[in-house]
Design a protein around this ligand. Structure first.
Ligand SMILES: [Mg+2]
Length: 414
C-alpha cells in the first residue's frame, strides 16, 4: 500500500509492551490477521529483555474494531503483556527536511549529558526521529536521527555542548552518501600510533628533550612545521641507519587501530596515511596494515648514516591536505566522501578539506576547528561516527579468521 493510499484512512496504532519471548510478533499479527487489516508500519525494540512492539495497521472492516480490540487485549493478557490501541488517521507524519545523524560518544554517557544534547537538538528546531545504540564499549555510542534543520547549524549548536559536557558529538548529513564507498586518511604520529616517531629517533641520538620541545611548539601551531622539521632532523645527523629497524620495532599502534582498518577494508573503504614523520616507518606500517596509500618525509641516509636532512617532497600542513586530495582523486572518491583523522595543528588543513574531519585526542586548537572530535583513546570509535555498530564489527570478526588485536580496551579503564 503506498503512502498516498494510507495518508487519510483511519488507522490503529497497536502498542505491545512486556517481557520478550519468542513468538510475540507472530502472535500479535496472527491475532490481527483474523480482521483482514494491512500493515502500514512496524517498529520493534528489545531493551534488557523487554519488548516494545508498535504496529500501525489499517482499520478493520466496519463494526469489527471493538471485537479486534477485545481479542488483542485478551491475547496480550494471556502472555502477561500490556497492550494499548489508539485510533487515528493515516501514516506517520513525514520527516522534516534537513536530516542529520548525531552520534554521541560517552565514557560514560551520563543522563545529564543526554538531557542537554536532546534539549539542544529540540531548541535548534529539529525533531528527534529515532535513537539507536551503536556500541556499549569501549564507549557508549548512541545515534540520534534528527530532521528539520540543516546539518551545519546543528553541528555548531552541539559543538559547544559537547565541550562543556565532556562527550564527543559528531553531526553528519544523513542520506545515501553515508553508505557509499569512502576514503579514510589518517595522520600517523599520536593518531595511528601512540608515538611521535621523531622522538623515538631522538632517544637513540640522545637529543630527545631538545626534539620534544620543538615538536610540542610545532603541534601547538607556534612554529612553522617545515622549519621545525628541518631543525629536528638536523639533530639526528650522524645516527647509524640501523636505528631505523629499532624504531620500527618500538612503534606502538593506537588501541583499536587494527580493528578500524580491518573493518574499513571490509566495507570497501580505501585507507591511507599521511605523516610529517618518515617513510622509513610509514612504509612498514603500510605493509603491515595493508594500507592503500602512505606518504611521509624521507630521512636521507648516506653511507649507513642519517645525514640530518630529508629528501623529496615535504609533507607539512599544506602537504597533508594536498595528499588527501591526491589520494581521493586516485581512489575515485569525491572529497565530500573522505574522512580525515588527526591530532596536530599540521592536520588542520586536511581535516577541513575532508568531508568529515575528526580531531583525535587533539590539541584544543585542532579540536575547536575540526568537524568533530574523539577524545577517548580508542581509534575504532571512529567507526561509530560512520554508523557502524560494535555488534557488526564483532560479527564480522567472528565470521573471519581472527580478531587481530581485538576491540579497544574495555570500559572503565581510563
Ligand atoms: Mg600527529
Amino acid at each position: 500500500m503506498s503512502a498516498s493510499q494510507t495518508s487519510d484512512v483511519p488507522t490503529l496504532l497497536v502498542k505491545i509492551f512486556g517481557k520478550d519471548r519468542p513468538g510475540i510478533t507472530a502472535g500479535l499479527f496472527d491475532t490481527l490477521a483474523a480482521y483482514s487489516v494491512d500493515v502500514v508500519d512496524i517498529e520493534q525494540v528489545v531493551t534488557r529483555g523487554r519488548i516494545v512492539l508498535c504496529a500501525l495497521v489499517t482499520e478493520p472492516p466496519r463494526g469489527l474494531e471493538g471485537d479486534l480490540r477485545a481479542t488483542v487485549h485478551s491475547w496480550a493478557e494471556s502472555l502477561k503483556l500490556q497492550a494499548e490501541i489508539i485510533s487515528g488517521i493515516g501514516d506517520n507524519r513525514p520527516r522534516g527536511l534537513g536530516r542529520s545523524l548525531v552520534t554521541v560518544l560517552g565514557h560514560p554517557l551520563t543522563a545529564e549529558a543526554t538531557a542537554a544534547i536532546a534539549a539542544r537538538i529540540t531548541e535548534s528546531g529539529s525533531n528527534i526521529d529515532r535513537i539507536f545504540r551503536l556500541a556499549k564499549y569501549p564507549v557508549t555510542a548512541v545515534e540520534f536521527a534528527v530532521s528539520g534543520v540543516e546539518t551545519e547549524p546543528l553541528r555548531t549548536a552541539l559543538a559547544t555542548e559537547a565541550a562543556a559536557l565532556g562527550v564527543d558529538i559528531a553531526v553528519v548529513a544523513a542520506g545515501l552518501h553515508r553508505r557509499a564507498q569512502r576514503l579514510v586518511v589518517m595522520d600517523v604520529d599520536s593518531t595511528l600510533i601512540q608515538d611521535e616517531v621523531i622522538e623515538l629517533f631522538a632517544a637513540h641520538a640522545g637529543c630527545e628533550d631538545k626534539v620534544a620541545e620543538v615538536t610540542a611548539a610545532a603541534m601547538r601551531g607556534e612554529l612553522d612545521f617545515e622549519q621545525s622539521l628541518h631543525a629536528r632532523v638536523a639533530l639526528l645527523a650522524g645516527l647509524d641507519a640501523s636505528v631505523v629497524e629499532k624504531v620500527r620495532a618500538e612503534v606502538r599502534l593506537t588501541p583499536g587501530a587494527r580493528t578500524l582498518i580491518r573493518t574499513l577494508k571490509r566495507l570497501g573503504y580505501q585507507v591511507g596515511v599521511v605523516s610529517g614523520g618518515f617513510t622509513q616507518v610509514t612504509d612498514a606500517l603500510q605493509e603491515q596494515l595493508g594500507l592503500d596509500f602512505a606518504q611521509a618525509n624521507t630521512l636521507e641516509i648516506v653511507d649507513g648514516r642519517l645525514t640530518g636532512r630529508v629528501t623529496g617532497e615535504i609533507v607539512d600542513r599544506a602537504g597533508k591536505a594536498r595528499l588527501l586530495r591526491r589520494f581521493a582523486a586516485e581512489a575515485g572518491v569525491p572529497l565530500s566522501q573522505t574522512v580525515a583523522i588527526g591530532d596536530g595543528a599540521n592536520d588542520l588543513d586536511m581535516l577541513n578539506a575532508a568531508g568529515l574531519g575528526v580531531a583525535f585526542n587533539a590539541k584544543p586548537v585542532v579540536r575547536e576547528a575540526a568537524h568533530t572530535a574523539v577524545n577517548v583513546p580508542f581509534l575504532d570509535t571512529v567507526l561509530y561516527l560512520l554508523g557502524v555498530t560494535r555488534e557488526e564489527v564483532e560479527a564480522a570478526d567472528t565470521l573471519d579468521e581472527g580478531p587481530g588485536e581485538g576491540p579497544g580496551l574495555p570500559t572503565g579503564r581510563s
